[in-house]
Design a protein around this ligand. Structure first.
Ligand code: PEP
Ligand code: MG
Length: 903
């Protein structure tokens, strides 16, 4: 551990800086940076993440010297503030907050007002001139402290509803009821003073311990509770979802308290330097007068807008900060500009106004949805804030998915019955069955159901259910509420602050505008507009082409990338869609998909059932025109772009029915006995079909299959070429392990193709190449390349065969492997660069050693995975091929791969 464990900030100075996130956490690093920038930040200090790791490893011990370091830093704060911690005349109070390297919203603990006790409260009363305010601060401290430090951090797990926080809240409700008032604000100083004493008694009674009066005891209690909260249930759950390593730990920020609840000239708020939902370059935020930070996100009071553009339906009748406190708004807007210029990215800030004085409590890079990320990147580049390359790196390729995501069909939407409306926190359309708890959402989704999680408001405890749900709907909360932040981060459809909604999570019903819906009822959300509908509305595919920012960013990306992007498609519709998304060819057309149609499967089965070559040829003849037609359709759509067509790959049993009834039906159709079918199924049965009679092994045993397919491909090519359409077919032989296998199939393909060309008199150019999906092919790629004009890495099979994990059965153990960290990720999703990647690298190098111009691509699922694409770029592939919807993601990922080394 480094010698320095505590970093001071304040008074225009700081020991840390923004780059020190690993040590100081995001919050601490940015507080230091802001302080050094001259932005008004309440002074304080940060205890490093290294201390947290030490604390965890030693079962709750602090490193030597920490106590002294804290004292020294505390003295510096006292000097700047001109007040003292624990002083009854002029007391200094602290907030104690967590701050990990990456923001984990609401997942860890915070304690405010540390340092208040029976004697310092007198000083606070004098300072604030309000006995009510001081007692309110005290009762908040008791609530938070007893909950976070004395209960949670102590490992006490009370029965449902019996937590100390709930018990204290019950006492508060009792006092309000006795007094006949509804709101906390209606309680006066005497009520709150009484409440403080009741709270203290209750704490003692429930937790069997006095609420600590000593400010230092409070401070250390809070510090250790924050450290411990790193290993709290919800923090762990969040880390699993977001792939945050457990080893990082959290820093602890101890900062001078400033109060937004000191009366009408005080306020607290949150803001984004640009609109996080649309990306528009407008200052956007909300605040509450006479409130503490937690009140804004809690969603209990309706927050006011900071300016006109931030006004929503809910806040339009309330004055904005600009209207209410114009000078302070101006100062805030200036800070906004300063921060954006300095950080060169959109910032998410928290501020407090204490008695007419503005303080910035936090700044961090703001979360945004995909559409906003794209717009901001393009705008900021055009504003000369960032370069084109930086703009490319600003958008997470996966986020493009949101732009590509479906929306509710506007026509159907017009006719649909509106149930309620709220704030549009996460764009796109969402359709699902209503569930009321996070656990239900998870359980239903596991059963394959589409659900929408409906809550009064969400809390970090709900993240697993929010993740599982198609969309999220909450009755309370603003655009910066927990639900909105989390959904935005994930790009999930989400509506918050839906005031019309009454949610009863116990009875599992929701009511809105006189309607009652129950668990399992269907609703549809328009997350872009914030409207909830009853029933199911159809979804329309997204149309990113209309988004000018997206188009611009993609043009930049296309210029920068070195990899070509192709698609895996086996019909004209998918091919067309992929072209619209920017595909530059087909990297894999799986012909077996063409044999499953109702008009084809019987001819296919006839071929399989045939006893001899003549019988097979007869059946194949029926398939030939159908295949040809398919290829013509695809060639037309691809219009001169390369199209890689793979000869038959799966084991033949996949085309035969397994169950009795279907076998009977098939026997009837084919005019044979059920026994014949059964016998054939039996004879095709393999113990390891994925390692059995499939791929080129089929074409070698039954050359007539390859012949028919090549004939169909080349006839289709000649047909369209004759009509003046350019065509570049690439015939691909699957599952090759030896050069001889490929030679066999290549000779067959070339002979067939030449026969067609001669017959039609149309000269089309074609290539014959192979998939590299068997380790032996990769290792002997120099030999294979002598007869292959291109390689396409089939990393699905290559992963299967390199790991020895069955693609179809790995689901039984892979999730456990990943959870248990036996594997860092699912190798079928993201390429295992260490192992499988070696074979890819060797395959390319050896292949090009004998054929220097060998064209190389990838067509396994990894071709659409950003990390794997970066690898494909590094090893010098020519293209990646992925499913149509992932084409834009691959385009951007390929550009990023090209930009990384240039940064
Ligand atoms: C592969 O194995 O990576 C591949 C693309 O082929 P398939 O998934 O059809 O086996
Ligand atoms: Mg394969």
């Amino acid at each position: 551990m480094a010698e320095k464990k505590v970093y001071f900030f304040g008074g225009g100075k700081a020991e840390g800086k923004a780059k020190m996130k690993e040590l100081l956490g995001g919050k601490g690093a940015n507080l230091a940076e802001m302080s050094a920038l001259g932005v008004p930040v309440p002074p304080g200090f940060t205890i490093t993440t290294e201390v947290c790791t030490h604390f965890m490893k030693t079962g709750g011990k602090y490193p030597k010297g920490l106590e002294n370091d804290v004292k020294t830093a505390l003295k510096k704060v006292e000097k700047i503030m001109g007040s003292r911690f624990g002083d009854h005349r002029n007391p200094l109070l602290f907030s104690v907050r967590s701050g990990a390297r990456i923001s984990m919203p609401g997942m860890m603990e915070t304690v405010l007002n540390i340092g208040l006790n029976e004697s310092t409260i007198t000083g606070l009363i004098d300072k604030s001139g309000s006995e009510r305010f001081a007692s309110d601060a005290y009762r908040r401290l008791i609530t938070m402290y007893s909950d976070v430090v004395m209960e949670k951090a102590a490992g006490i797990e009370p029965k449902e509803g019996m937590g100390i926080r709930q018990q204290l809240e019950k006492e508060m409700r009792k006092i309000k009821k006795d007094k006949g008032v509804k709101f906390d604000t209606q309680l006066d100083a005497n009520d709150l003073k009484k409440l403080v004493q009741i709270f203290k008694k209750k704490v003692k009674q429930v937790l069997k311990k006095e609420f600590p009066d000593d400010p230092y005891e409070q401070l250390w209690g809070a510090i250790s509770a924050v450290f411990r909260s790193w290993n709290g249930k919800r923090a762990i759950a969040y880390r699993r979802i977001e792939n945050i390593p457990d080893e990082w730990g959290t820093a602890v920020n101890i900062q001078t308290m400033v109060f937004g609840n000191m009366g009408e000239s005080s306020a607290t708020g949150v803001a984004f330097t640009r609109n996080p939902a649309t990306g528009e370059n407008k200052f956007y935020g909300e605040f509450l007068v006479n409130a503490q930070g937690e009140d804004v996100v809690a969603g209990i009071r309706t927050p006011q807008a900071i300016n006109k553009v931030s006004k929503t339906d809910a806040s339009k009748h309330l004055p904005s900060l600009e209207e209410l406190m114009p000078k302070l708004y101006k100062q805030l807007a200036q800070i906004r500009t300063k921060l954006e210029k300095h950080y060169r990215d959109m910032q998410d800030v928290e501020f407090t106004i204490q008695d007419g004085k503005l303080f910035m409590l936090q700044t961090r890079v703001g979360k945004r949805n995909g559409a906003a990320a794209v717009r901001m990147a393009v705008n900021m580049c055009e504003e000369k804030l960032i370069s084109k390359k930086e703009a490319i790196l600003r958008v997470n390729p996966e986020q493009l998915d949101e732009l590509l995501h479906p929306m509710l069909d506007p026509k159907a939407e017009k006719k649909a019955e509106k149930l309620a409306s709220g704030l549009p926190a996460g764009p796109g359309g969402g359709i699902g069955q209503v569930v009321f708890t996070a656990d239900d959402a998870e359980a239903w989704a596991k059963k394959g159901k589409k659900v929408i999680l409906v809550r009064d408001e969400t809390s970090p405890e709900d993240v697993h259910g929010m993740r599982a749900a198609k969309a999220i709907l909450t009755a309370k909360g603003g655009m910066t509420s927990h639900a909105a932040l989390v959904a935005r981060g994930w790009g999930k459809c989400c509506i918050v602050g839906c005031g019309d909604l009454n949610v009863d999570a116990v009875k599992k019903t929701l009511s809105a505008n006189g309607k009652i819906l129950r668990e399992g009822d269907w609703i549809s959300l328009n997350g872009t507009k914030g409207i909830v509908y009853e029933g199911q509305i159809s979804l329309l595919p997204a149309d990113p082409e209309k988004n000018v920012y997206y188009k611009k960013l993609m043009t930049w990306a296309d210029k920068l990338r070195k990899l070509n992007i192709r698609t895996n498609a086996d019909n004209p519709h998918d091919a067309k869609m992929a072209r619209n998304f920017g595909a530059e060819g087909i990297g894999l057309c799986r012909t077996e998909h063409m044999f499953f149609g109702p008009d084809r499967i019987s001819a296919m089965r006839e071929m399989i059932l045939a006893d001899d070559e003549a019988g097979r040829k007869k059946a194949l003849k029926k398939l030939l025109p159908l295949q040809r037609k398919d290829f013509i359709g695809i060639f037309k759509v691809m219009d001169g772009l390369p199209v890689t067509i793979r000869t038959l790959d799966p084991p033949l049993h996949e085309f035969l029915p397994n169950d009795q009834a279907s076998q009977k039906e098939m026997a009837k159709q084919m005019g044979v006995t059920v026994e014949t079918i059964k016998a054939k199924v039996q004879s095709l049965h393999e113990l390891n079909p994925m390692l059995g009679h499939r791929g080129c092994r089929l074409g070698i045993t039954y050359p007539e299959i390859t012949e028919m397919q090549v004939q169909a491909i080349i006839e289709a090519a000649c047909n369209v070429a004759k009509r003046g359409i350019k065509v570049h077919p690439e015939i691909m032989i699957p599952l090759v392990g030896t050069k001889t296998e490929l030679t066999n199939q290549r000779e067959l393909a070339v002979a067939t193709a030449e026969k067609v060309i001669k017959k039609t008199g149309v000269r089309v150019k074609y290539l014959v190449g192979t998939m590299i999906e068997i380790p032996r092919a990769a290792l002997t790629a120099n030999e294979v390349a002598e007869v292959a004009e291109f390689f396409s890495f089939g990393t699905n099979d290559l992963t299967q065969m390199t790991f020895g994990y069955s693609r179809d059965d790995a689901g039984k153990f892979l999730p456990g492997y990943i959870a248990g960290k036996i594997l860092p990720a699912d190798p079928f999703q993201t390429l295992d660069q260490t192992g499988v990647g070696q074979l890819v690298d060797i395959g390319i190098k050896r292949g090009r050693s004998t054929r220097s111009n060998l064209k190389v691509g990838i067509c396994g699922e990894h071709g659409g995975d950003p990390k794997s694409i970066e690898f494909c770029h590094k090893v010098g592939m020519n293209y990646v091929s992925c499913s149509p919807y992932r084409v834009p993601i691959a385009r951007l990922a390929a550009a990023q791969a090209a930009v990384y080394p240039m940064r």
